[in-house]
Every structure is written in structure tokens, then in C-alpha cells.
Design a protein around this ligand. Structure first.
Ligand code: ADP
Ligand code: MG
Length: 688
């Protein structure tokens, strides 16, 4: 639905507008006036006949003519009545700046429900309550419906933030570094107009090139994911409130590994949103996205007149995924002709401090033209002995000839303000620190990676034995844990490979089972009290013959105790990487698969990513590849690479299982042992 009434209102009323300069309502009237709002502004106040030299009205219903938008800044308990009055007047939207609603708990929650209902009944869309408001820098509809101070400067970034402070922090900083904004939204409690709705609106706004999103919590994660997946422009996001670890004390690994922030990562990963850990880093990147067309790939050319700064940029960028190949031979030839003999023609191309406009221009042109590169980063100092304005002009000229991004780091001061001005006016983002520029470049490259992801497809279904799965799922203890053989039966029903095993009550029976399976074997103890078996001495691996098996069994009985102890004999799975494939319900999103490095140190490694179930092959592969330790699967330290397709298939089958059976609350395959031959689970726990 259109949000034009908030971003392009033709007339605005400010209900509660007083003449007190230190009041919110007064500031809103002032901001609207000072920032060029083109339509009528109508102060509404029960006493004041005039506010800021504008005739005021006693009630919204007394205002002449049509009113598109009204701010409401009155005592909380009076807000619903004002909304009803706005409905009578035909006002289309209200911004409730007043606070004292859901955020105060208790009566506030009830009052917010009343407000919501009043809006619905009166046909008035509500922004807020407890919010700042919105802004638009559209020259046709300049709108400063907000009480803060960031400079209004037209640009292409649209900023949506739940926290008003963060919205202002980002907007104000961007203004300070000369980057304008397109639209701005801070909608507080969001009782009606939601963040996904605002994002969807901006997706349709041609002047918005990049969307910045800040959130502390997601009211409707599924809806947010749905909308974000449809956004066709870069979304740069910051989520705060991430350190609160989910307070669930669970026996399964997967549950314990899910932090309060899992749903955020899941949504952002799936929708291809770029996540940042600080407002500063986000602003650095936003400045680049606002001015540059995103690159096609992540191969970065660096050009410098101060080698040490380029090296710092490379050190920051390479671990973040940028690639720095050498220039093509033809480019090297061109550089050799154009530059002085002392120049270094590798990447970074170092022209030395004496390089002038002709050198910068020719080198930038050659590097931007080179098919080996997707973007160019220039780090430069402004020397006294060079005409730096001419340098800037030459760089701008070169950049105009190509549609690859160009980012600059300029070590300078106020003396060279005019040089910087030339670059900024041409829309070339400039940074003071080489690391800042490199981080912005890395963000552009991350986006290129996202753009090149294969398109999302419907998850394919594997044939499964539904009846067997149903029977297995009915065999749970009072606490919900599936009996051990029921858990393996469930896996079998879904074609999830599990090691060959036999159960035995006595040592002699275990010996017979081992003979059947073939040595070497693994002996495990099973008892109601055993959760993490190896911690209790109930896992004995690498048993090569009957003697070793009997000795291991005797030792296990003496450490664990014979009471209620049963034996499990498994084939020994050799070599490979231990992985965790788990499943859990992620708040607001539903059944999800966890994947990471597994084994008994899984809680120490904490290298786990989540994917929403069910997963297509593309989804599953993306989750698998996104763990930090992915190199372990590619064959670290002379190991053979693991059979990635088998691993991906296990992830997919587990995804199908938990999507089909949401009654599964926790599932843990730890470890799944992956080698070049395949992937095989050797330990399972399932809770329903
Ligand atoms: P728990 O997680 O309850 O401690 P596991 O069954 O996961 O017990 O076993 C612990 C460790 O023992 C595994 O991480 C793995 O290193 C090893 N292990 C268990 N079963 C096998 C097996 N069949 N083949 C090879 N190694 C095994
Ligand atoms: Mg285990």
C-alpha cells in the first residue's frame, strides 16, 4: 500500500503545537518551515490562536481544507480521541510522536491497542507511537516531519531505523561527511505502519538507490524476510541488542548454540542483506553505495602515490574477501608508457609521490578499462609539489569514461579542501583512513557476491517413508526425547545416512555384534542418565579386536556403573571432518537447520550457521559454505576434500524432516563424519 500520505503529504497539521520553543511540536513546525515544506502547515492547539506566526485552530476539525498528515503530540491518554477526530476530518495518516504506550508496559499496552483500533475504525494510518517521524528530501516534496537536527541534503540513501537515536546517528554522520539522504523513517513502536511496509515502499522509489536498516527486534520476522527477498537494491543493515544469549538451558547442542540473534543472521543471509557490526562501518559503506553502481565482481585494482597507505588498505580488504590480481599485460604496457620509470606496475600500482595529473589520469583510465578488475581504489596523499586539483580533475575524467566503481582515500587537510570538493562533487566517495576505504570497497564486493548467487529455487523433495517416520516420532519419553532406536529409525525413514550399529545388553552380546559388524568398532554406553556420553567415559573408539572390546566394556562398567547400562556397538568411521547438523525452531521463523563444525568441542568452536527449512540445494550449499571453518571441508593440511554433495544432501534431508514435522523441537546429529567418501552420522538426539 502506498505510504505517500507520510512521505508526500500536501498539507500537515501539528496537533499540540505550542509557542514554547523547547517543545517537540514547536520544533516540528519550525523544521517543516525551515526545510521548505511547500503546502500549508496548520498548528492545532486548544488555547494558542497563533503559533510561529501561523493562525492556529482549536481542533483538527476546525482546520480549513484538506489535511493529508497530522502529527499528534498530546498527553498519551488523549491520543486515541485525536485519531478519531482526524478520521472525521479525513486525515489520511497520523504521526504519533507522543510516548507512553507499549514501551511503558501495563496500561500503556492497553492504550496502544486502543490507538490501533481507533486508527483502523477511523481509516487513518498510524506512524509510531513513541517515534520521531519521517523525512523526504525530494525537491518536489521537501518534508522534515521530525524534531531532530540532521541537515536536510538530497541524496539516494533511504534510512529506516527503529531506534530514533540510531536513525539520527546515521543520518547526521552521513550529512557530516557530505552524503545526503532520500527518505528517512523512524517509526518507534510501529503499531500500524511497519518496517517491512516502509522497505517495500522504498523498493518502488526510483530515487532510492540503497536502503539502510536498523532494528532492535523484528515484530514479524517472516514478513520482513518476505519483503527483503523482493528488494532489488542493496540493503545495508545494523541490528543491535545481539549479546543477549538465548536463556534456554538445553541438553542438545543445537539449542545451546542458538543465540538471541540467530533469526537476524538467518533473515539477512537468506535475503542477501549486508550486515554491519557498527554504525560507523555501515555509514562508510552507505557513502559508497549511495554514489557508485555496485561492481560485477570483487577484483580490486589499487592505485597510489603513497604505497604504505595502499598496503594498509590491502591488509584490511583481503581478509574481508576482496581479490587483488595483477593488471593484464596490455595494461602493464600502457602503464609503463604513461608512468615514470620508478613506478611499480603490480597491484597496488605505486606511482610515487611526484605523480601528476597526467599520470593519475592515464593510470586510472587503464586500470578501469582492464577486464581483470571490477573496481578501483585510489589511495593518495596531497603533496605540496603536485597540482592536486588537476589530479582530481583527471581522476574524475577517467571515472566518467567507465561504469566501474571508484573509491578514494585521501590523506590531506583543509588546505586542499578545493581538491576534495572536486572529487565529492563528482560523486566519488573519499575517506580519510585507508582501512575505512577498504571496508567500503569490501562491502561493495560482498554485494557483488550476493548478486552472483544462483537464483532461489523451490526446495526439491526426497522420497521418504512417511509411515515409518510417524511411527518413530510416536516413541518419545515423557521429557520428549525419542528413544535411541526410534531416533535412528526416523533418520532411516528420511534417508539420512547413519552408521551401522547393534544394541547389546551384555558384553558377550556386544562381542557377537562386533563380529557381525566387523572390527574396528566403537563401543558406547546407553543409559537414561547419559547425555554427553564421552564426558562420562561412555564412548570407546578404535577397538580393533575382541580383547580390546572386552577391556573397554569392563572399564565402562566400572566408570559409568552397571545400573541400567546398555551397550551400543558401531562400525568405526575413519578419518574425515566432524560436523554438526542440527535443527531447532528459530523464534518467529520456524523450523531451521543448523550446520557447523561438530564433535565434542562444538560449544567451544561455536562455528554454526542456520538455514530456514526446507532448503533447496542452493540454500543448503550457501549455509554450508558460510561457516568460518569451511576450509576444513575443502581439504585443509593435505586432507582430501570431503564429498560436499553428500554433506549438502544431509542438510537438505534434515531440513525436509523438520519442515514436514514441526513437532520436532530439537534435533542433533553430532557428529556427522564427512570424508571424501561421503557423510555419515554416528550420534543422534531428537526431542519432540
Ligand atoms: P557424545 O556426543 O554423547 O559424547 P558421540 O557418540 O558423539 O558421543 O561420540 C563422541 C565422539 O566419539 C565423536 O565426536 C567422535 O569423535 C567419536 N565417535 C563416536 N562414534 C564414532 C564412530 N562410529 N566412528 C568414529 N568415531 C566415533
Ligand atoms: Mg555426540
Amino acid at each position: 500500500m502506498s505510504l505517500d500520505m507520510f512521505f508526500k503529504p500536501r498539507s500537515i497539521a501539528v496537533i499540540g503545537a505550542s509557542n514554547h520553543p523547547l517543545s517537540i511540536a514547536n520544533r516540528i513546525v519550525t523544521n517543516l518551515m525551515e526545510n521548505g515544506f511547500k503546502g500549508p502547515i496548520h498548528p492545532v492547539h486548544h488555547r494558542n490562536p497563533v503559533v510561529k506566526n501561523i493562525p492556529a485552530h482549536k481542533s483538527i476539525e476546525d482546520v480549513p481544507g484538506e489535511v493529508d498528515l497530522a502529527h499528534i503530540i498530546v498527553r498519551n491518554s488523549m491520543v486515541p480521541d485525536q485519531v478519531r477526530a482526524c478520521g472525521n476530518k479525513g486525515v489520511k495518516g497520523v504521526i504519533v510522536n507522543a510516548s507512553g504506550f507499549r514501551e511503558i508496559g501495563g496500561d500503556g499496552i492497553e492504550l496502544e491497542k486502543e490507538l490501533q483500533a481507533a486508527g483502523k475504525e477511523a481509516g487513518v494510518r498510524i506512524w509510531g507511537p513513541n517515534c520521531q517521524g519521517c523525512m523526504s528530501s525530494d525537491p518536489q516534496w521537501p518534508l522534515y516531519s521530525n524534531f531532530t537536527f540532521a541537515k536536510m541534503q538530497p541524496g539516494h540513501i533511504s534510512i529506516c531505523a527503529q531506534g530514533g537515536g540510531v536513525a539520527e546517528l546515521i543520518n547526521n554522520h552521513l550529512a557530516e561527511i557530505g552524503v545526503g539522504f532520500r527518505m528517512y523513517a523512524s517509526n518507534g513502536n510501529a503499531c500500524d505502519v511497519s518496517i517491512p511496509e516502509i522497505i517495500a515502499y522504498w523498493n518502488e522509489d526510483p530515487e532510492t538507490r540503497c536502503i539502510v536498516l536498523h532494528a532492535e527486534s523484528f515484530a514479524d520476522p517472516k514478513e520482513l524476510l518476505r519483503v527483503l527477498e523482493g528488494v532489488k537494491k542493496p540493503v545495508l543493515a545494523l541490528k543491535s541488542g545481539v549479546t543477549e544469549v538465548g536463556a534456554r538451558a538445553v541438553a542438545s547442542h543445537t539449542g545451546g548454540l542458538m543465540e538471541g540473534d540467530t533469526s537476524t543472521d538467518l533473515i539477512f543471509d537468506k535475503a542477501g542483506v549486508l550486515r554491519f557490526r557498527s554504525a560507523e562501518e555501515l555509514c562508510e559503506a552507505a557513502a559508497a553505495f549511495a554514489t557508485q553502481t555496485p561492481p560485477k565482481g570483487k577484483r580490486v585494482a589499487m592505485l597510489t602515490n603513497t604505497g604504505s597507505l595502499a598496503i594498509m588498505a590491502a591488509d584490511e580488504g583481503v581478509p574481508r574477501g576482496i581479490e587483488m590480481p595483477d593488471p593484464a599485460d596490455a595494461t602493464k604496457e600502457a602503464l609503463k608508457k604513461a608512468l615514470m620509470g620508478i613506478a611499480s606496475l603490480h597491484n597496488p600500482v605505486d606511482m610515487m609521490a611526484t605523480a601528476g595529473a597526467e599520470h593519475f589520469g592515464a593510470a586510472a583510465d587503464a586500470l578501469l578499462a582492464d577486464d581483470n578488475f571490477d573496481l578501483l581504489l585510489i589511495t593518495m596523499v596531497t603533496p605540496f609539489f603536485v597540482d592536486t586539483e588537476a589530479v582530481a580533475e583527471a581522476i574524475v575524467e577517467a571515472s566518467k569514461k567507465h561504469d566501474k566503481p571508484l573509491i578514494m582515500e585521501v590523506l590531506t587537510n583543509q588546505r586542499w579542501a578545493s581538491t576534495l570538493d572536486i572529487l565529492r562533487k563528482a560523486g566519488i566517495p573519499t575517506y580519510y583512513f585507508p582501512e575505512s576505504a577498504a571496508r567500503a570497497v569490501s562491502a561493495l564486493c560482498r554485494y557483488a557476491d550476493i548478486q552472483r548467487r544462483p537464483p532461489a529455487v523451490e526446495p526439491e523433495r526426497f522420497d521418504v517413508d512417511a509411515a515409518a517416520a510417524k511411527a518413530a516420532l510416536s516413541r518419545a519419553t515423557d521429557e520428549g526425547w525419542l528413544e535411541a532406536d526410534a531416533a535412528t529409525a526416523l533418520l532411516r525413514a528420511y534417508g539420512i545416512p547413519f552408521v551401522e550399529e547393534r544394541r547389546a545388553q551384555t558384553v558377550d552380546a556386544a562381542v557377537a555384534a562386533a563380529a557381525d559388524l566387523g572390527y574396528p568398532v566403537v563401543l558406547k554406553g546407553e543409559a537414561a542418565s547419559l547425555v554427553h556420553k564421552s564426558d562420562a567415559g561412555a564412548v570407546k573408539v578404535g577397538l580393533a579386536d575382541e580383547g580390546a572390546l572386552r577391556a573397554a566394556a569392563d572399564e565402562m562398567v566400572s566408570t559409568v556403573g552397571a545400573e541400567g547400562l546398555g551397550f551400543l556397538v558401531q562400525q568405526q568411521v575413519d578419518g574425515g571432518v566432524e560436523l554438526l547438523v542440527g535443527a531447532t525452531h528459530v523464534t518467529g521463523l520456524g523450523p531451521s537447520v543448523a550446520f557447523g563444525l561438530g564433535g565434542i568441542f562444538v560449544e567451544v568452536l561455536r562455528d554454526v550457521r542456520f538455514g530456514l527449512a526446507p532448503l533447496s540445494k542452493v540454500d543448503a550449499e550457501q549455509v554450508v559454505r558460510s561457516i568460518k571453518g569451511f576450509a576444513m571441508l575443502e581439504g585443509a593440511r593435505g586432507q582430501k576434500p570431503v564429498a560436499l554433495d553428500s554433506v549438502i544432501e544431509v542438510v537438505q534431508r534434515v531440513g525436509q524432516l523438520v519442515a514436514d514435522h514441526p513437532e520436532i523441537r530439537e534435533l542433533d546429529l553430532n557428529p556427522v563424519i564427512a570424508s571424501d567418501k561421503g557423510a555419515l552420522a554416528v550420534d543422534v538426539r531428537v526431542k519432540v
